[in-house]
Design a protein around this ligand. Sequence first.
Ligand SMILES: [Zn+2]
Length: 233
Amino acid sequence: MRLNWRRSSRAEDQLEKWFLDRYQEHVLAGDTAPPGPHPDEGFLRDLARKSKRIGLSDPRIEHVVNCQRCMSRLLELRQEVKVRRRKVALAVASASCLVIIAVILLIARGWFQKQPPANNMAVVVRTVNLWDAGTLRGTQPGTLQSVSLPAAMVRVTVILPRFSPAGQYLVAVTRSQNGEGLLAEGQAVSATSGDQERLSVDLNLRSARAGEYFLSTTHEQDQASYYYPLQIR
Ligand SMILES: [Zn+2]
């Protein structure tokens, strides 16, 4: 479309040059008596826009290339047409720029939204003390200590319940207490501190929505999982 416009614009420039050449020829020849009456403004406008309705054999064209008054009006109208077309082209270019900027902004916004907020990038350190915690083993009911963690990258130090054996543990955050809906997990070997067993794992809870979950610990040899109600805020 743009190519067509350019091509037609070049053709119009050639036509304009043709008019000027004819006019110059007549003036140089001292031929100053234009044939017939002055054509109306509408005809000159059509000519300025290079309307296809006008054929070059039209006798009014012969008049225009001989008439100083019509020729100068034609050149004025040509100038107006060019200015108008330049404005339209500029408006189209500006609109295109705005669309491109809008698309870039939308993409950038989407990209930034996908990035976790800066405060969630940091590792939050929390200690979960299960020393006196009751546990859920399977579906066994009991009085449970509720644990609370933020929706962030959390380095959790777990103080394991009394009488927990030393060794490697898997710590997991799940939606249900049968281990389904795994959100995050980490493994660590416990360290003895006094009579307590402690371990530290990194849990990525950045994508977690606030709500009720379960934190579980599973000893590598025991293979039984202990579930503790967990609140993610
Ligand atoms: Zn005239």
